[in-house]
Design a protein around this ligand. Structure first.
Ligand code: UD1
Length: 429
């Protein structure tokens, strides 16, 4: 329950120092969430390594325990052991799904293994409406009957049957949900216009390690031969590309030299190319990336897109770096409709940003000045931290619980890079 206790913590930063040093990247949050949920597909023991110690991970483990899974988590060591042999309920309640949308991907596995599921609709969140229609229509194509009742999705199926599914949009969550369901469906499924994100690939690998027959992950078309059952596994989660990109963006913004270790540079290529456009030198190695930024950055335009395009989860952090670049940057967000909430907070640091619809025009400033700020969502929090790290003087970021949902030991890692940053514990502690 640690995360709740930290509810009102703040972060205090004295900015203006270039970051220098090496960071070990944690396991990917967005890969770990569906991979932990995949253990619902088998009654055998599963063990997962490199699971990050984060609030969102605790939430998904609470949900799995609620369903009756035996969960042994040692998040200090980043390992989780799980057995979902004796499920006691097929209902994912509102309180658990509301706090974390990724919970809706329990629907596919529960339907596939037990033929029934009742999962709360997640509702809106700060960055947009985020409906789950693509998840539901994909599962219907596999033969599930779906109805909505009192804010819940109620699904049932005698036995899911493989089919051809063409996603309207390459949604990450819908691809994951339907992929998991298809592994236990009868016969072959052909999933088209799939999300190609590395986290989908990592999930497919984890499923394959459980005996699933899957081909084509990382491309638009995934082919799945359904099995009557899957078996247990030991699986290590991939490194977090958004965490890595965030530390590199902090290095860029403060004109420092930052090395991140623990991921394949390929998964961050669209971001690295933009860092280079902005004037950074990037050195790619098999399991590490080094960024050096010595002179003032150049303004750079970019548009968020599904993978392999520039990730929406890096938009806010890169924007923060561009606020101190020379010249203007035109930043277009195409994935979520309301993902510029960091803009008004960055403006409090003196950033000059104008929004028109889905596009933000950033006019780079020589300097930012520290100010009190309010975090609104996970990646917005990271961008405010970056803003504070390049601003002169003191910045306080309030509502830091958003950051704890997605960044493991963030202030410790930033301190190792030389940042002057401390957490101020809330008075209730
Ligand atoms: C995942 C990531 C999130 C990332 C996003 C896009 C996790 C836990 N979260 O979220 O960090 O920002 O991918 O890379 O992995 N949509 C619909 N109907 C649907 C599903 C999606 O309209 O049924 C829309 C969404 O509202 C959004 C867009 O499609 O505008 C992309 O969403 P999606 O790819 O599904 O993102 P998530 O899986 O929710």
């Amino acid at each position: 329950m640690q995360g709740w206790v930290h509810g009102m913590d703040k972060i205090k930063i004295y900015g203006g120092k270039p970051l220098r040093g090496t960071v070990q990247v944690s396991g990917s949050k967005n890969a770990a969430l569906p991979i932990l949920i995949a253990s619902l597909l088998t009654d055998q023991d599963c063990q997962f390594e490199s699971v990050p110690q984060l609030q969102d991970i605790r939430t998904v483990l609470r949900l799995l325990a609620h369903l009756g899974c035996r969960v042994e988590a040692d998040l200090d060591k980043n390992t989780v052991r799980m057995n979902c042999g004796e499920i006691t309920t097929l209902e994912a309640p509102y309180d658990l799904v509301r706090t974390m949308r990724a919970s809706v991907v329990v629907l596919g596995p529960l339907l596939a293994r037990f033929g029934q599921a009742k999962v709360s609709l997640p509702g809106g969140c700060a960055i947009g409406a985020r409906p789950i229609n693509y998840h539901l229509s994909g599962l219907e194509r596999l033969g599930a009957e779906i109805r909505l009742e009192n804010g819940y999705v109620i699904g049932s199926a005698q036995k899911l049957k493989g089919n051809r599914i063409v996603f309207e949009f390459p949604s990450v969550g819908a691809t994951e949900n339907v992929l998991m369901a298809a592994t236990l469906a009868e016969g072959e499924s052909l999933l088209e216009n799939c999300a190609k994100e590395p986290e989908v690939v990592d999930l497919a690998r984890a499923l394959r390690s459980m005996g699933a027959e899957i081909e084509g992950e990382g491309t638009e078309v995934i082919r799945v031969q359904g099995k009557s059952s899957l078996h247990g596994t030991t699986y290590r989660v991939m490194g977090d590309r958004v965490e890595a990109g965030t530390f590199l963006a902090a290095g860029l913004a403060t004109r420092g030299a930052v090395r991140v270790e623990g991921l394949d540079p390929e998964v961050l290529e669209a971001v690295l190319v933009k860092f280079e456009d902005a004037g950074a030198r990037i050195h790619r190695e098999p399991n590490a990336i080094t960024l050096e930024a010595w002179s003032r950055l150049q303004g750079t335009d970019f548009t968020t897109l599904p993978y392999p395009g520039f990730p929406t989860d890096m938009q806010a952090q890169f924007m923060a770096a561009m606020t101190v670049a020379e010249g203007a940057s035109l930043i277009t967000e195409t994935i979520f409709e309301n993902r510029f909430m960091h803009v008004s907070e960055l403006a409090r640091l003196g950033a000059d940003i104008t929004i028109r619809g889905h596009t933000a025009l950033v006019r780079g400033q020589e300097k930012l000045q520290g100010a009190p700020l309010m975090a609104t969502d996970l990646r917005a929090s990271a961008s405010l931290i970056i803003g504070g790290l390049c601003a002169q003087g003191e910045t306080i970021v309030n509502r830091i619980y958003h950051l704890d949902r997605g960044y493991e030991k963030v202030e410790q890692k930033l301190r190792e890079l030389g940042a002057d940053i401390v957490r101020i514990k809330s008075e209730e502690n």
